[in-house]
Design a binder for this molecule. Structure first.
Ligand code: NAP
Ligand code: ZN
Ligand code: ZN
Length: 351
């Protein structure tokens, strides 16, 4: 397999800051497209991976899975993209294509295992895959998304993970007008979940531990906000919500959110803290409640989400940073100090 070298930011160890490194990208196969990366969002999963918080990272690792850019080259058999197109890549860059879930467009649940854009065995190179904190990337066109016109590319980058990860469960559990939805955790995922659930027609209440974020709620479009550290406030929607989407990245108590649900309500976990979460049996039994999970979304649904966001003019509230500010951004992410997504301007890597 012929390769070329591109510049990227990654790390060789959990306790080493991310830094400039060279990584290989494959030369174009017939169905590949090459994308110059213009912007890449910073998801909390990038931090979990870089610091080996899920205890599964293979180093060196180059995080980044909210990738937008411009197509610079296409393989001989590519039909859906041309050089100059605005395009995007999210978490999934390949899968078996034949299992029952791939056939249904649920590549996130591919039975033999999909290929994630970083820290996955690369089907072609024999190394791990390297993610989007890089100058460019090569991906099979079947896993590349079209960026709709009218969306600002930098502010749209977080849709590729935070957007689809919240859109997919909101769709799956039938959120619409008449649905009362809770969003727990107001970070990258949480703030997009507000905008998407509102566009679907739901009543949206946000649960935050950050008193400083309360004032932002109206601007983000939510109907109400509950400071989750205040026991009195936590009673306001007790036993009344249809669905709570839990986007919390750190250790917490799902029981607090199960108690917000009406009978047959569902708590959907998308946040991925490392330590096991405990749940009281009574909080499930008493309201015939459900505790569920959801994992990003398939390729077709990701395109559907991008088109939905373009139609409703939904993008992330971002803080655009240079790649040199990456490690500082990780520290701020850990302190829940982001309004509400860091996006890297990749021009800073080329400079
Ligand atoms: P983020 O921007 O850092 O936001 C997480 C928010 O959770 C924080 O802003 C904070 O909100 C809240 N929080 C953090 N620690 C907390 C604690 N100990 N107790 C209570 N609240 C706490 O992270 P993100 O990028 O949105 O990602 C959120 C989680 O989803 C991460 O674990 C990530 O790995 C996971 N994720 C999962 C999927 C999937 O497919 N399931 C996809 C993407 C990401 P407040 O300040 O409002 O309290
Ligand atoms: Zn992510
Ligand atoms: Zn499959």
């Amino acid at each position: 397999m012929h390769t070329h070298t591109v510049r990227a930011y990654g790390t060789e160890a959990a306790d080493t800051p991310l830094h400039l490194m060279d990584i290989p990208r494959r030369e174009l196969l017939p169905r590949d497209i090459q994308l110059d990366i213009l912007y890449c969002g910073i998801c909390h999963s990038d931090l979990h991976i870089a610091r080996n918080e899920w205890r599964s990272t293979t180093y060196p690792v180059v995080p980044g899975h909210e990738i937008v850019g411009v197509v610079t080259a296409v393989g001989a058999e590519v039909t859906r993209f041309q050089p100059g197109d605005r395009a995007a890549v999210g978490c999934i860059v390949d899968s078996c294509r034949t299992c029952e879930y791939c056939q249904e467009g649920l590549e996130q649940f591919c039975v033999p295992g999909n290929t994630i854009v970083f820290d996955s065995p690369d089907r072609h190179l024999g190394t791990q895959t390297y993610g989007g904190y890089a100058e460019s990337i090569v991906v099979d066109e079947g896993y590349v998304l079209h960026m709709p016109d009218g969306l600002d590319l930098a502010a749209a980058a977080p849709l590729l993970c935070a957007g689809i990860t919240t859109y997919s469960p909101l769709r799956h559990w039938g959120v619409g007008s008449g649905t009362q939805v809770g969003i727990a955790g107001l970070g990258g995922l949480g703030h997009l979940a507000i905008k998407i659930a509102k566009a679907m027609g739901a009543f949206v209440v946000v649960y935050t531990t950050s008193a400083a974020k309360v004032a932002d709620i109206q601007r983000l479009g939510a109907d109400d906000v509950v400071l989750s550290t205040d026991r009195a406030q936590m009673k306001r929607y007790s036993k009344s919500l249809h669905l709570v989407l839990d986007t919390i990245s750190g250790d917490h108590q799902p029981d607090m959110y199960l108690r917000q649900l009406r009978v047959d309500g569902t708590l959907v976990l998308v946040g991925a803290p490392m330590e096991p979460l405990s749940v009281s049996s009574f909080n499930l039994i008493s309201g015939r409640r459900r505790f569920a999970g959801s994992n990003i979304g398939g390729i077709a649904e990701t395109q559907e989400m991008l088109d939905f966001c373009a139609a409703h003019q939904i993008t992330a509230d971002i803080e655009l940073i240079s790649i040199q500010q990456l490690n500082e951004a990780y520290e701020r992410l850990l302190r829940s100090d982001v309004r509400y997504r860091f996006v890297i301007d990749m021009a800073s890597l080329r400079a």
